[in-house]
Design a protein around this ligand. Structure first.
Ligand code: NAP
Length: 317
């Protein structure tokens, strides 16, 4: 029986499925693996099921010249915490869980768009604080979302699901920026320049993968190009947005607000962001629904099973 390390507890059906096939160790800690843990995972297990925060950098692979592990079956579609090239060079395969996360993460993007433009967090804080004195016509006036223009950065699975919701549900005009040309089956215009896209939209939503290619894609130039009434939403990875530049843009009123699910130095969230009323801050909730996390886990375990049976990996990256 192959030894499988699951680095964070997962929903019961996922653990049960894995236990039917593997000799399973479930780590009893919600924090990411330490450097020593990372090395040990490669020396002591045949398969590892890691997730966000377990940073398999090139140094970790270098530290284990003859790894026992042959597969990192990542729990999550984003795998920028794994140096996939270094893993490959070390003879270790990597898989992820695309598709399972798409709809739930798109839902969170729409929630953040609405929360930031309609000042929901600010209003909720007012009610909770007992400082709400009653309805009046000029209270907490936000931006009306229906019919506005949405810019999507990264028109992949999640970007498209966000655009679909915005187009069909809210009558929004869709424009987008994407690495390669993309045709959609509903009206959406691809814009060649990200700065140009920013200048045209009321909402800019980030849906590109993290990693070196997209690090700080959203910086002062892009934020200054946005209109003063525009809102930025990031459901992708924190380091796609240069957080200092975002804080400066919000403080200077270059943009009206932001809705964030992810942070550059997660889980640290700067005081400057926490103190701003026009920023909605979620604790990385993109896929946080039991059925979604179960589906993600099942997908990761299916990849592990395929590996154990010597079959082609369903979700190799
Ligand atoms: P995907 O289907 O691979 O889509 C990514 C899109 O980004 C692709 O269309 C890709 O273009 C585009 N892209 C990549 N690099 C780019 C660049 N430098 N400039 C412009 N466009 C670029 O991935 P997905 O399933 O939609 O997921 C996207 C990301 O969301 C994940 O990688 C993950 O980090 C994040 N995520 C976050 C949460 C959360 O909890 N908040 C949950 C799930 C996922 P091409 O067409 O050229 O490939």
């Amino acid at each position: 029986m192959l030894k499988l390390l699951i680095t964070r507890n997962l929903p019961d059906p996922v653990i049960a499925k894995a236990q039917g096939i593997f000799d399973v160790t479930v780590r009893d800690d919600t924090a990411p693996l330490s450097c020593d843990d990372l090395i040990q995972s490669l020396t002591d297990y045949d398969v590892v099921l890691p997730t966000l925060g377990d940073i398999y950098s090139a140094d970790i692979f270098d530290a284990v010249p003859e790894p026992r592990a042959g597969l990192l079956a990542n729990f999550g579609v984003g795998y920028n915490h794994i140096d996939a090239q270094a893993a490959k060079a070390a003879g270790i395969k990597v898989t992820n869980t695309p598709g399972a996360v798409t709809e739930a993460t798109a839902d969170i993007a729409l929630m953040l768009m609405l929360m930031t433009c309609r000042r929901a967090g600010e209003g909720e804080r007012m009610v909770r604080a007992g400082t709400w004195t009653g309805w009046h016509p000029t209270q907490l006036l936000g931006l009306h979302m229906s019919g506005k223009t949405l810019g999507v950065v990264g028109m992949g699975r999640i970007g498209k699901a966000i655009a679909q919701r915005a187009h069909f549900g809210f009558g929004m005009k869709i424009r987008f920026y994407n690495r390669s040309p993309k045709e959609l089956d509903f009206p959406a215009e691809q814009i060649a320049s990200l700065t140009e896209l920013a200048a045209q939209v009321d909402f800019l939503v980030i849906a590109v993968p993290g990693g070196p290619e997209t690090r700080h894609l959203i910086d002062a130039e892009i934020l200054h190009a946005l209109k003063p009434h525009a809102h930025l939403v990031n459901i992708a990875r924190g380091d796609v947005v240069k957080e200092d530049d975002l804080i400066a843009a919000l403080e200077a009123g270059h943009i009206a607000g932001a809705g964030l699910d992810v942070y550059e130095f997660e889980p640290d969230v700067p005081d400057a962001l926490r103190n701003m009323e026009n920023v909605t801050l979620l604790p990385h909730l993109g896929t946080a629904a039991l059925e979604v996390r179960t589906a993600m886990g099942m997908m990761a375990v299916d990849n592990a099973i395929a590996f154990s049976e010597g079959r082609a990996l369903p979700n190799a990256v």
